[in-house]
Design a protein around this ligand. Structure first.
Ligand code: DQA
Length: 147
């Protein structure tokens, strides 16, 4: 059975493509999912691509990932900067976790410079646009490859 990788998206990312396109670009989240699914096929992994505006939902998915996923790619969006609960949930997950931000958060407001999630993430990708998701997926796939 192919390795399953969760790709989790936090609040407001459902509006990707419409929301501040000067910062986040014109691609929609459906475009990102399609590109990740194509790459997953090449890498021989499966993905579960999910988005929620609710912190608890994201936490429930992280708990679910404990049961059936080998790794997680997560763009926690604004919860990056606020959520000890998402950090704690990720700490219960054993596989690799890659944190993705479409924008370069370090070039932006100072409140975006701190990430709770980075305390757990094995790697962080920021400022690579939506390509960051595919970079994150590649990284989780290579970290979980057999041999
Ligand atoms: C984001 C950066 C966060 O600071 C912001 O709250 C987001 C998106 C990004 O992908 O660049 O919603 O995670």
């Amino acid at each position: 059975m192919a390795r399953l990788i969760y790709i989790l998206n936090g609040p407001n990312l459902n509006l990707l493509g419409k929301r501040q396109p000067e910062i986040y670009g014109h691609e929609t989240l459906a475009d990102v999912e399609r590109d990740c699914a194509a790459l997953a096929g090449e890498l021989g992994v499966e993905i579960r691509f999910l988005q929620s505006n609710h912190e608890g939902r994201l936490i429930d998915w992280i708990h679910e990932a404990r049961e059936d996923a080998v790794g997680i790619v997560i763009n926690p969006a604004a919860f990056t900067h606020t959520s000890v609960a998402i950090l704690d949930a990720l700490k219960t997950f054993d596989g690799p976790v890659i944190e993705v931000h479409i924008s370069n958060v370090h070039q932006r407001e100072s409140f975006r410079h701190h990430s709770y999630v980075s305390l757990r993430a094995d790697g962080v990708i920021a400022g690579c646009g939506t390509e960051g998701y595919r970079l994150g997926l590649r990284r989780v796939a290579s970290l979980t490859a057999a041999g």
